[in-house]
Structure formats: C-alpha cells, structure tokens
Design a protein around this ligand. Sequence first.
Ligand SMILES: Cc1ncc(COP(=O)(O)O)c(C=O)c1O
Length: 361
Amino acid sequence: MPVCIIILIILRTDMGYFRENIEKTVGYTPGFQPKAADVVKLNTNENPYPPSPEVIQALTNIDPEKLRRYPQPTGDDFRQAAAQVLSIAPDNIMCTNGGDDMLTIAIRSFCDPLRPLAYPTPTYSLYPVLANIQNAPVAEVPFSNNYELPEKLTNVGAALTIVCNPNAPSATYISKDKLAQLAGNLEGVLLIDEAYVDFAEDNCISLINDFDNVIILRSMSKGYSLAGIRFGFAIACKSLIDGMMKVKDSYNTDAVAVEAATQAIKDQAYFKENVEKVKADRKILTEKLRALGFVVPDSSANFVLAQNPKADEIYNKLAEKNIYVRYFKNLPGLGDKLRITVGTTRQNQALIDALKEILSE
Ligand SMILES: Cc1ncc(COP(=O)(O)O)c(C=O)c1O
C-alpha cells in the first residue's frame, strides 16, 4: 500500500468523523422550553399574544393539495404581500425558514476561512456558532458602555459584519444614520439583524436603496406572533438577493409557513395593535423594574435587559416560582443581567410581585 494512503488512514482514524471545527464547536443553546402550561414564560422573546385571526383561518382551511405538492421555491405569495406592505419590490425579498436560516445563508454566502465575520458584542450568541460551522474566523468588537457602535468595526477586514438592531440582549437601538455611515465605510457586506425592529421607532429598510452591500434580516416570530411556524426574510438589492438564492435550500420555506406568514403580514391592523400593546406594557415593566432597583436601558424591543448584582440568585429563585427569564451567565458582561421578555400585563405583574418577594428576603 502506498505510504500516502497509509498516512491518510492513520490521520482519519485519529480525527473522528466530524470536521475539526465541528468537533470544537459548542452548539447554540436555545432558551428553555418548559412543558408545563402554568408557567410564566419570559425567556425566549415570543409574543405573548396569538397571531392574527386571518392566520388561524387560513391554516384551518388549508387546501390539502398544497400539502401534497412541493411549495413555491421562493415563497412568491409572501414576497408579493410583503413588498406591498414595505413599499419595495418582490425581487428585493428572499424568504427564509426563520431569521436563523437567513443568518445561515448569509454566513455560507460570504464567509470562509479567509473571509471573517465581525459583530459588536454582547449580541446574539448564534453568530459565532454559525461562523464556526463555516470555519470562518470571527472578530468580536465590544460595544461601548452605552451600546454605541464601536468605531473599530470598520477596520477588522470582515467579509460580513452583523449589527443586531435593536440589539439582543441589550434592547438598545442604533440610528439609521450611524448604520448608513458604517455601510459606507465597510468593504464587505453589512447585515442588519432587525428581528426585533417591529417594536422600535424606526428601521433601516431604506438603506437598501443607497447601498449595494446592505442586507436587512426580518423575522415573523416576534411582532407577528409566529415563532412556531419558522418564517423570516431578507431584504436587499436584487443582486445580493439573487446571489443568496443560490445558497438557500431549494424549498427552504414550507407551504403552511408561507400561507401563515402571508396572511399575517397582510393583516397590518392586527399587527400594529399587537405591537402597541407590547410597547405599552414594556414601558410599565421598565418603570417597575427600575423602581425595584434594577438598571434597565430604554428598550426598543419586546424584552428588557435588567441589571442587578444578584442576577444569578434572582434567576434561580424565579425559576423555583415557575417564572422563566433568560440568564447568559457565562457570556462576558452579562453575569449581572437578566433578559426579560415583555409578557401580558398579568405575566409582567406576576414577575414584579415575585421579584418584590425575592428582594425582600
Ligand atoms: C437577534 C435575533 N436574530 C434572529 C433571530 C431569529 O429569529 P427566528 O429564527 O425565530 O426568525 C432571533 C431569535 O430569537 C434573534 O434573537
């Protein structure tokens, strides 16, 4: 047997089945999904209200023929409906299997071992996991203390820069002007993750008209109450959308999800009412947390980041009372903070009552 084949066999048996970077990757840990119904679940930023009745009706009446056939490969019914609502062209939209699928497609499209990913931290902890899977280097650039965009982001040589806006978990918002400036200064692509933008006062869609390197990520999980069906989308100039279409799975959005998402985005009256309720409760929740001594930045999302030196203890005591919030114990800068989803008025009050009890012990 030739020597090189023997060496290869020895190397392979030594390496295991997975690529080296997969072996090394610590996978993403999604928020806890308790099975019991009688819990106050404020840990994964779901919308506390149901989706539009139009969605429920469409799902109840779904044509079995739609299930027998493969779905539209590019979710065109949704693209038409969303284009009308957002005043853009269907060609500027790519449908995805949730916002997370959009992130996967972008990282597969633009990153490789010589094309790094960059993002300000702390932020959505899925970004480095996806980069590791793609074997792409990561440049993490810390936000300033008040979550302003770090200047250094422009000179790390990234092929793809992701800015989560509103940012998770800080819930803070960076203005469109600042992101336009960043897009102009970058050599690579800027992906603005707007998963939570439905709860903010502005958004960056118009940047796609001025920059051929800007992609906006949107999710139907938050403002439209559809986390269970998995639907998101990208908004960008046609050439970026066309390129990413080559990377996505052929049928990445299923017929049921396309139908539900289309009905949801068409029902703007319901959507706006739903978002306004969450925003009103966010204001009350923020005030009550501050009154209890938590430091809480103004939120532009459907959650708040509440700082307290006893975060670890509070998190465990809340869980004992069946109240679940999110605690990123091991992420830098987050050990003294809890991320709390805005729930219904009653859920938020249950949280505040429990916190009062815990803090007075
Ligand atoms: C910042 C951020 N981006 C994207 C997503 C993806 O959302 P989804 O896949 O539910 O559309 C999430 C989900 O929580 C998120 O927090």
